[in-house]
Design a protein around this ligand. Structure first.
Ligand SMILES: [Zn+2]
Ligand SMILES: [Zn+2]
Length: 249
């Protein structure tokens, strides 16, 4: 009974953290968008309200498994998350971050590609594509089935790949910031990077925007690796005048 209560509290706390994190980060980039491109989200208010509603529901779906695992880690010794820097060599810290990003990206690519098959699309992924074009609020705008696929992967990885608790924070920060910026309707990163060597392998808004325009292709999350080797890479999107704004409203 006592266990049930502490698990419940941990799940609730994590839901709150994920929800507030979403509101703060999406809110900050939505505000930046308003400053930089005042008309970009004009007329999208009803869509943004929907995006916020789905995203807050997703926060609970992300928060519950994360809260259960956090409780198990703290009180039962679950997972391979470590607190003491000396447990693994320091060079392993950046490596573990990259391993998590690669594993998450692979999981995302294949589940996302599956969800573009008609039956799965209707059941799980249509909600995310109802945002046309997406805004900074669409980062977690998923149907609960899709949210569940995204919510389980990081908790599962903590049982497979050792990671320092601080490095998990870095992974979650990258996940949150890229989730928001990839949907906000303009490119945050400098053009030399997006159009240069880094942009050939890393996914930013210019790549994911194209997924939202064309549907079939550009399924990746962080890296273009799977899209390239599977022939689903559609290249970078076209922002119209090249200044980072859409040419259509
Ligand atoms: Zn998207
Ligand atoms: Zn999609």
């Amino acid at each position: 009974m006592e266990y049930a209560l502490t698990v419940l509290l941990s799940a609730l706390a994590m839901t709150l953290i994920v929800g507030v994190r979403y509101l703060v980060v999406s809110g900050a980039f939505a505000w930046a968008t308003r400053v930089k491109y005042p008309k970009l989200y004009a007329g999208l208010e009803p869509q943004m309200r929907r995006e916020i509603g789905w995203s807050l529901a997703s926060a609970a779906i992300y928060g519950i498994p994360a809260g259960i695992v956090a409780w198990g880690w703290d009180s039962q010794g679950w997972t391979l998350i470590y607190r003491n820097w000396s447990e693994h060599p320091l060079w392993y810290v950046p490596l573990s971050i990259v391993l998590y990003l690669i594993a998450h990206d692979s999981w995302f690519y294949w589940t996302h590609r599956l969800m573009h098959r008609p039956w799965w699309f209707k059941k799980a992924h249509a909600v995310h594509h109802e945002s046309r074009p997406p805004t900074a609020w669409a980062a977690m705008s998923f149907h609960p089935w899709e949210a569940l696929t995204g919510a389980l992967i990081i908790p599962i990885l903590t049982f497979i790949i050792p990671i320092h608790v601080g490095a998990i924070g870095v992974v979650l920060t990258v996940m949150t910031v890229m989730g928001v910026t990839n949907h906000m309707g303009w490119e945050l990163f400098p053009r030399f990077m997006v159009n240069g060597k880094l942009g050939k392998w890393l996914i930013t808004a210019t790549h994911h925007q194209k997924h939202h325009e064309a549907y079939r292709g550009n399924y990746g999350l962080y890296f273009r690796f799977w899209d390239k080797i599977c022939g689903t890479d559609l290249g970078l999107g076209d922002w119209g005048n090249g200044a980072g704004t859409r040419n259509s409203t």
